[in-house]
Design a protein around this ligand. Structure first.
Ligand SMILES: Cc1ncc(COP(=O)(O)O)c(C=O)c1O
Length: 375
């Protein structure tokens, strides 16, 4: 019997397909400008970060200490109270959203969840999973929550503790809800028991570099924040970060003898490589590198918007956003360029790996299709 890997032809075909798709994709928020080759030797190990990252477990092939460093970095970036924070490296933004909602529900078992129309589908799914009553709030045209609708709706339910799922970078328009406005509404209505979770999948990684600043972080009054690691930071596999208060996580901690740790995370076995890759990436860039990464992306977004406008396409963006929104393109271009479309709009997200050449080539395609003479 023949043993060993024999399907070389299929593998080559698959690798080529991935390479081609990766080169063209400009519509999804993934940074592709990374080089993790120094970490390849780690692929020889089953790195499993099962259990709480802040507790030494009996499973030793893990990167818990490194995970704590990653959490420390993001806790500082998101201005957590240095004496009261906790978090872990998740499978992605969706798990972080589930965690935020879970912690909130444990704080307020009889709560009502409020989320805006433009909220990511993971939140609706998570609300369904946890079986919490919820109300959808209108969104403004730019994708930001409609504060007036939020206030009126909260007013009718003042007796029920609200869990507010704020957005910091909605999927299609990269709209950001202002957490200080949400807090003011709660204050006006004298609501004292609440939890604000922030879905910062894309933009929480650079929120503190946006000028003028839009209040969103833990010091601004959010109680939990989720972000994706494979988006702005860049990682070859999906991952994310969730940060909340240590005191909130204490409410859900269960002691598990088998792993010699506390069961404080959603998943049991957890990806220890993701931790290593996140740590490597943040060490390479540091806070100033991250700031520059955002500034460069913003410049590219400005170039993209202006070039589209010069070509007669009604492109626009939210303040500080690296996402340029414009009318939906044909199916052919949507597929060729990996563009996400919803309703009558699509977008280019000017992630760190996007080049002027890609934007120019996309516009040439767009204009050719519209039969515009560009000679
Ligand atoms: C606003 C928003 N929230 C959450 C998510 C989910 O993140 P992940 O894909 O990392 O689970 C996304 C993904 O695109 C998103 O755009």
């Amino acid at each position: 019997m023949k043993t060993g890997f024999t399907n070389r032809k299929s593998l080559k075909k698959l690798m080529n397909a991935l390479k081609n798709a990766n080169e063209l994709m400009i519509g999804y928020p993934v940074a592709k400008d990374f080089d993790f080759s120094e970490l390849y030797p780690s692929l020889k190990y089953v790195i499993n970060n099962v259990g709480d990252p802040f507790i030494e477990s009996t499973y030793k092939v893990q990167t818990h200490k490194t995970e704590r460093k990653v959490i420390d970095f993001f806790a500082q970036l998101l201005r957590a109270n240095p004496k009261d924070y906790w978090g872990y490296v998740t499978t992605g933004g969706s798990e972080g959203n589930l965690y935020g909602l879970y912690v909130a529900r444990e704080r307020y078992p009889n709560a009502m969840v409020y989320y805006s129309e433009t909220t990511h589908y993971s939140i609706k799914k998570n609300i369904h999973l946890l079986n919490i009553p919820s109300i959808v709030i209108r969104s403004q045209e730019n994708g930001e929550i409609d504060y007036e609708d939020l206030q009126n709706t909260l007013l009718n339910n003042r007796h029920i503790p609200p869990i507010i799922m704020a957005n910091f970078g909605t999927t299609m328009k990269e709209a950001k809800d202002d957490v200080s406005k949400i807090k003011s509404i709660l204050k006006i209505l004298a609501i004292k028991s609440f939890h604000i979770h922030l879905d910062g999948a894309l933009s929480a990684s650079y929120g503190n570099f946006i000028e003028p600043r839009i209040p969103y972080d833990l010091q601004d009054g959010t109680d939990s924040i989720s972000l994706s690691g494979h988006k702005f930071i860049g990682s070859p596999f999906p991952c994310g970060i969730v940060i909340t208060k240590r005191s909130f996580r204490d409410r859900i901690a269960n002691d598990v003898a088998y792993i010699g740790s506390l069961d404080t995370t959603i998943a049991g076995s957890r990806n220890g490589h993701a931790v290593l890759f996140m740590w490597y990436a943040i060490n390479k860039m540091g806070v100033e590198g991250l700031r520059k990464r955002y500034e460069d992306s913003l410049k590219m977004a400005s170039y993209c918007k202006e070039e589209l406008k010069k070509s007669g396409i009604s492109a626009w963006s939210n303040p500080g956003a690296i996402t340029i929104v414009f009318p939906k393109t044909s199916e052919k271009l949507t597929h060729k360029w990996g563009l996400a479309a919803e309703g009558d709009i699509t977008h280019i997200i000017c992630m760190p790996s996007i080049s002027k050449e890609q934007i120019d080539n996309f516009i040439i395609d767009l204009l050719e299709e519209k039969n515009v003479n560009i000679s």
